[in-house]
Design a protein around this ligand. Structure first.
Ligand code: NAD
Length: 474
C-alpha cells in the first residue's frame, strides 16, 4: 500500500531560500518527496510579480478571461487521476474522495468561468444624471489553505478571485503542498499568463505572514484554525486589509424521534468520519431525542464497527489515516480520556503501515456538556452522542458553542425542520442529509467559524470593490 510509484512527485517548487520540507506519507510515515520553501524575500518577489501582472490581467476582455478559465478547467479535467493520486500520496485521502476533490476544482473553475461576462454593476435612479456602479477587482489576493482539503479549498479561493480579475498568490499548508504546486503548473499549461496565479509553498509564519504584511496584497482569504484566523484578522486590520475567514466547526447532527432512524444512523458515520474526521463540517456532535437514544446507538454501532479503515488507494476503503504524527497525538489526547462506547474493529495499521498515522473511528459518550470531546474541535474520527429532551433543548445544545459552521436535522416533521433550521446559528444546514458544500451555493460560518462566504453565485463579488460613478447630464 505504498505510494503509487507511477505518480510524478514534484520535487521543485521554484523556491528554496526558506529551506525545504520533507513531505511524509500519512499511510506509512515514510518520506515521499522534498519541497523547497519560500523565504520572506522570495515571497515578496512573487507578490510583486503578481502585482505587476494585475493591470494586464484585469484588462483581459471578459470573454477571453472566461475562455482561459474554461481551458484551465479542461487541463485540470485531463489530470484528475494524477491529481487524485498525488493527494492519496500526500494527504492519505481515499481515492474516491481525492477524485471528487480534483473534480471539484474543475467544476469550480467552470462555474466561475461564467462570471467575467456577468460581473454586473447597477444603474441607480438619481436626479440630474446617471448613476452606475462597477465591481472593480481588488488587486493581488493571498489565499492561505489548510491541509485537510488542499485542492477544493484552494479552488474556492482562486476560481472566483481570478474570474473577478484579481491576480492570486496561494500558500498551501506546509504538509500538503503537492497538488497545489501541480495546479500552479497546470494553470500555466492552460495559458494563464505568468504572475497571474502563483503557488508559494512555505511556513505560515513566513509566507502567510507576508500575505498579511505586504501592502500589495489587498485581500487575504484564509481557511484554517480559529486561533490563527483571529491573529491574521488582527494583523490585517493595520492596513484595513480585506479578509475572508473560514475557521473551525463543532457541528451538531440533531436526530428527532420521528425521523427515519435507520437512515440517520447509517448516515452519521460518514458525516463525522469522512476524511478521517478532518473536516470543518464534520458532524461530530450527535444529539438524539431521549426516547430513541438507546435504539439509535444500537443502530449506529454496526455502522461504525464495520467500517473499513486502511489503504486509501483501495476504492473499497471507507477511511484512511490522519495527516501527521503530531495531529495523531492531538486526536489521541482527546480519545484516550473520553468515555468510548465502541470503535471500528479495524484501526487501519498493518505491518506494512506500522509507521502511518492511524486512528480508528470511535463513538464517545460525553460525561456532560463541558466534556472536551463535546466542546472542542477534535478534527479526527471521534464523534460524541448525547440525548436531548425536546426541541428547545436540542436547539440550546446545538448553539452552545462559539462555532457555527454546519449542521444537520433529521425529522419527518417539515414544520420542525424549518423551525430548527432557522434557530440553529450555523451557516450551512441540511435536513435529512449531511450535505454542506455545493460549489453553486454559499458556504461559510456564523460566530467564530468565520467571516464572509465562499462559493455560490456571489463569490466573485467578494473579490471586488464596489465603485459608484455619477455622470451629470449637464
Ligand atoms: P492552521 O490554522 O494551522 O493553518 C492553516 C493555514 O494557515 C496553513 O497554510 C498555515 O501554514 C497557515 N498559517 C499558520 N500560521 C500562520 C500565520 N501566522 N500567518 C498566516 N498564515 C499562517 O489550520 P490547519 O491545522 O492547517 O487546518 C485545520 C483547521 O482548519 C481546523 O480548525 C478546521 O476546522 C479549519 N478548516 C475550516 C474550514 C472552513 O471552511 N471553515 C475548512 C477546512 C478547515
Amino acid at each position: 500500500m505504498a505510494v503509487n510509484p507511477s505518480v510524478s512527485l514534484p520535487a521543485h517548487s521554484g523556491f528554496s531560500e526558506g529551506g525545504s520540507y520533507t513531505v511524509i506519507s500519512p499511510v506509512t510515515g515514510r518520506p515521499v518527496t522534498e519541497v523547497g520553501l519560500a523565504s520572506a524575500a522570495e515571497t515578496d518577489a512573487a507578490i510583486e510579480r503578481a502585482a505587476a501582472a494585475f493591470p494586464s490581467w484585469r484588462a483581459v476582455n471578459p470573454g477571453d478571461r472566461a475562455r482561459l478559465l474554461r481551458r484551465f478547467a479542461t487541463v485540470v479535467e485531463e489530470h484528475i487521476d494524477e491529481l487524485a493520486e498525488l493527494e492519496v500520496a500526500n494527504a492519505g485521502h481515499t481515492i474516491g474522495n481525492a477524485r471528487w476533490e480534483a473534480g471539484n476544482v474543475r467544476d469550480v473553475l467552470n462555474y466561475y468561468s461564467a462570471a467575467p461576462e456577468r460581473l454586473f454593476g447597477r444603474q441607480i435612479p438619481v436626479p440630474g444624471g446617471l448613476d452606475v456602479t462597477f465591481l472593480e477587482p481588488i488587486g493581488v489576493v493571498g489565499i492561505i489553505v489548510p491541509w485537510n482539503f488542499p485542492m477544493p479549498i484552494a479552488g474556492w479561493g482562486f476560481g472566483p478571485a481570478l474570474a473577478a480579475g484579481n491576480t492570486v498568490v496561494l500558500k498551501p499548508a506546509e504538509v500538503t503542498p503537492l497538488t497545489a504546486l501541480r495546479l500552479g503548473e497546470l494553470a500555466l499549461e492552460a495559458g494563464l499568463p505568468e504572475g497571474v496565479f502563483t503557488v508559494i509553498p512555505g511556513k505560515g509564519s513566513v509566507v502567510g505572514q507576508r500575505f498579511v504584511d505586504h501592502p500589495a496584497v489587498r485581500k487575504v482569504c484564509f481557511t484554517g484554525s480559529t486561533a490563527v484566523g483571529k491573529n491574521l484578522m488582527a494583523g490585517a486590520a493595520t492596513q484595513v486589509k480585506r479578509v475572508t475567514l473560514e475557521l473551525g466547526g463543532k457541528n451538531a447532527n440533531i436526530i428527532f424521534a420521528d425521523s427515519d432512524l435507520e437512515k440517520a444512523a447509517l448516515a452519521a458515520p460518514g458525516a463525522a468520519f469522512d476524511n478521517s474526521g478532518q473536516d470543518c463540517c464534520a458532524r461530530s456532535r450527535v444529539l438524539v431525542e431521549a426516547s430513541v437514544y438507546e435504539k439509535f446507538l444500537s443502530l449506529l454501532e454496526p455502522a461504525v464497527t464495520g467500517m473499513s479503515v486502511g489503504d486509501p488507494a483501495d476504492p473499497a476503503t471507507d477511511m484512511g489515516p490522519l495527516i501527521s504524527a503530531g495531529h495523531l497525538d492531538s486526536v489521541i489526547g482527546y480519545s484516550a480520556s473520553a468515555q468510548i462506547a465502541f470503535s471500528a474493529a479495524n484501526g487501519g495499521g498493518t505491518a506494512e503501515t506500522a509507521g502511518g498515522f492511524w486512528h480508528p473511528p470511535m463513538v464517545a459518550l460525553p460525561r456532560g456538556a463541558n466534556d472536551p470531546i463535546w466542546t472542542e474541535e477534535v478534527f479526527g474520527p471521534v464523534l460524541a452522542v448525547m440525548p436531548f429532551r425536546d426541541e428547545a433543548e436540542a436547539i440550546a445544545l446545538a448553539n452552545d458553542t462559539e462555532y457555527g459552521l454546519s449542521g444537520s436535522i433529521y425529522t419527518r416533521d417539515i414544520g420542525r425542520a424549518l423551525r430548527v433550521a432557522r434557530a440553529v446559528d450555523s451557516g450551512n444546514l441540511s435536513v435529512n442529509s449531511h450535505s454542506s458544500v455545493r460549489y453553486w451555493t454559499p458556504f461559510g460560518g456564523f460566530k467564530q467559524s468565520g467571516l464572509g462566504r465562499e462559493l455560490g453565485p456571489e463569490a466573485p463579488n467578494s473579490f471586488t470593490e464596489v465603485k459608484n460613478v455619477f455622470i451629470s447630464h449637464d
